[in-house]
Ligand binder design. Structure first.
Ligand code: ASP
Length: 427
């Protein structure tokens, strides 16, 4: 019997999860879902997160060591960061253009504004408090944060991913600089360990349909009531339109012209990663699958994928950046504020930095949005306006975040002559 492709299996899990969640909510089974179904989703996400740090370490050591000379690392780093910044800036500009044309904030009636401000005030203030901690740090804090004071401490916390990457790249550089007969067994060890981890990802993904079923059904029963949705349709439309343009036009065009591969090939290769990003709302949880897809289905060389993708999962968030731009202007419009070109340029710059600083976990984009709002002088309480619809948008923007990382990995690989023909079984 022919096996159903993984992305179809995940798709079925998503649809069944939504249907079951709706049914359970109707039948008043929300606490049953929370107690007996949701844990399987949590276990699935934990399995993926558990594998992330060992995966980065094993594949990146080998990747950096394979580069053989350090100048290649500089070249790859330069291109990766360059592309990440350009795509993110483009995404924000796109969001700002759309929100200025559609003007969804003007559609909000003052009464619904008041209702929402009241209803979600508590949720908004918890995000504002979380952002306060970030705001208090100095301008060079991100640079300090890059260097771990203790490697093992950094490796115990998935938010310390960049610190782990810093150490591993440093370790890889050391490996390049010692005599090759000494380096060889070290590289061989990490290479073998990496194969083991890749196998574990395959095994974990066997549970993906059940995992996403559990996640989606729990999400549906926990969703806030959507009676305010209509007021937010214009805003959601702007975010989704921007994301669709990014995912449906910008990235495939880059893949076609800068990496020389067809969009169909690209989407077929990355579909499971996209669906997982949608179900988990977390680029970090999706990372192991993105790496596996890039290496085994897109033909991106391991040394490129293992460098570009973990960094991308932490710093490259085009979907989040686009959303932050749209949300900031939307909230300003809803409060009757007019933002001039200079102020919007300021939003572009802060959203660029805020998206880099956003953690790759559900809802993090909203915390950093507080900083964008504060810098632009837009009332932070306005966060309450967009709360009801944040989770579905988070799911969609995470898909854009992951798609962008995978697109950039192909472009960087191509530019370095490291984009191979995909393995025959995947053709
Ligand atoms: N959930 C997003 C991610 O992990 C971040 C966000 O926009 O909240 O990519």
């Amino acid at each position: 019997m022919k096996k159903i492709a993984l992305h179809w299996q995940i798709m079925l899990g998503i649809l069944a999860g939504v249907a079951f969640g709706l049914l359970a909510a109707k039948l008043g089974l929300a606490s049953f879902v929370k107690d007996w179904i949701k844990p399987f989703g949590t276990i699935f996400i934990n399995l993926l997160k558990m594998i992330a740090v060992p995966l980065i370490v094993t594949s990146l050591v080998k990747g950096v060591a394979d580069l053989k000379d350090i100048s290649k690392l500089g070249k790859m780093g330069g291109r990766t960061f360059g592309l990440y910044i350009v795509t993110t800036a483009l995404a924000i500009a796109l969001g700002l253009i759309i929100v200025n044309i559609v003007k969804p904030g003007n559609l909000i009636k003052p009464e619904s504004r008041e209702v929402m401000l009241e209803k979600f005030a508590d949720n908004a203030s918890s995000k504002i408090a979380a952002a306060e901690a970030v705001k208090q740090s100095g301008p060079l804090q991100p640079l300090i944060d890059l260097v771990p004071e203790n490697l093992f401490k950094a490796a115990t916390d998935n938010t310390g991913m960049l610190q782990v990457i810093f150490f591993v790249v440093f370790f890889g550089i050391g490996l390049i600089m010692i005599p090759s007969e000494k380096a060889k067994p070290v590289v061989a060890f990490f290479d073998g360990a990496n194969d083991v981890i890749m196998k574990l990802i395959d095994i974990i993904m066997l549970g993906a349909p059940i995992g996403v079923f559990a996640l989606l059904s729990a999400l549906i029963v926990e969703l806030p009531s959507l009676d305010l949705l209509t007021a937010l349709l214009g805003y959601a439309f702007c975010v989704l339109l921007g994301l669709v343009i990014l995912i449906g036009i910008v990235y495939p065009t880059m893949v076609k012209f800068l990496a020389g591969r067809s969009p169909a090939f690209f989407f077929k290769g990355i579909a499971p990663a996209q669906l997982l990003a949608f179900s988990t709302s977390s680029s970090a949880a999706t990372l192991p699958v993105s790496m596996e897809r890039a290496e085994e289905h897109l033909g991106v060389d391991e040394e490129v994928a293992s460098f570009v993708l973990p960094i991308g999962a932490t710093v490259n968030m085009d979907g989040t950046a686009l959303y932050q731009g749209v949300a900031a202007v939307f909230i300003a419009q809803a409060f009757g504020m007019q933002l001039d070109f200079g102020q919007q340029l300021g939003i572009l710059l802060t959203a660029l930095l805020a998206s880099i600083g956003t953690a790759a976990v559900p809802g993090a984009g909203m915390v950093m949005l507080v900083i964008v709002l504060a810098k632009a002088g837009i009332p932070e309480a306005g966060l309450a306006l967009i709360f009801a619809i944040d989770r579905p948008l988070d799911m969609c923007r995470t898909v854009a975040n992951v798609t962008s990382d995978l697109c950039v990995s192909m472009v960087v690989a191509k530019s370095l002559g490291k984009l191979h023909a995909p393995k025959p079984k995947e053709l």
